[in-house]
Design a protein around this ligand. Structure first.
Ligand code: HEM
Length: 184
């Protein structure tokens, strides 16, 4: 919601897509999600820029292993910096810019096969809540946007929105978003 309020033209694109697929007096349903391709790209882009679990959950090496010339000794604790992968300019063009369009071709997903976007981890310990989270995040954001127009606090312009983040096991906004719904 913060990225969309900061990028009003992208908020309009999400709204237009919702109105073209769901009648105004109808609620968004689970079966609509796969048809909301722009919203899907917005959520992937949000996961790239603001991964909810920025270092995954700590893993441990089962044996000594060498990867890319680096020796990882048995029992070493391994933190995977998903946040840095999402901001790496060798992987992403304009990594600090919020551009859902980069995902519109549908080639990259967060289901654990595309290592540039491992929001939910990958492999044996991949997040078992991924499918529930996928449905809930799409349904919540779509419902909020389909039913209301959203405004920032009076006097705050989109480009002034504080997007600083606070690290912990999970990543959250340092300054909570204040947004006001306006029924249309
Ligand atoms: C946007 C929402 C969510 C994100 C981004 C997320 C992300 C993650 C990540 C990155 C991991 C660690 C994976 C790894 O280290 O390889 C994880 C583990 C886990 N997640 Fe989620 N998660 C989300 C929602 C949920 C939900 C809704 C549930 C349960 C209903 C859930 C349950 C778990 C559990 C139980 C683990 C530990 C799995 C294990 O260690 O074997 N998560 N999650």
């Amino acid at each position: 919601m913060a990225e969309l309020l900061r990028n009003p033209e992208k908020m309009s694109k999400v709204k237009d897509e919702l109105s073209s697929i769901i009648a105004e007096n109808k609620q968004v349903e689970e079966s609509d999600i796969s048809r909301l391709s722009y919203l899907n790209a917005v959520i992937k882009e949000t996961f790239r820029c603001h991964p909810a679990v920025p270092f995954l959950i700590p893993h441990k090496a089962e044996t000594d292993i060498t990867i890319n010339g680096y020796i990882i000794p048995k029992n070493a604790q391994i933190l995977v910096n998903v946040w840095a992968i999402g901001r790496d300019s060798r992987i992403w063009s304009n990594p600090d810019s919020f551009e859902p369009e980069r995902f519109l071709d549908g080639k990259i997903d967060y289901k654990g096969h595309d290592f540039q976007l491992i929001t939910f981890g990958s492999g044996r310990r991949i997040c078992p809540g991924m499918l529930l989270a996928h449905l809930m995040v799409h349904l919540m954001v779509a419902t909020l946007i389909h039913n209301f127009n959203w405004k920032l606090e009076p006097g705050i312009e989109p480009e002034q929105l504080d997007m600083n983040e606070m690290y912990g096991i999970s990543l959250h906004k340092a300054v909570p978003l204040k947004a006001f719904p306006v029924k249309h």
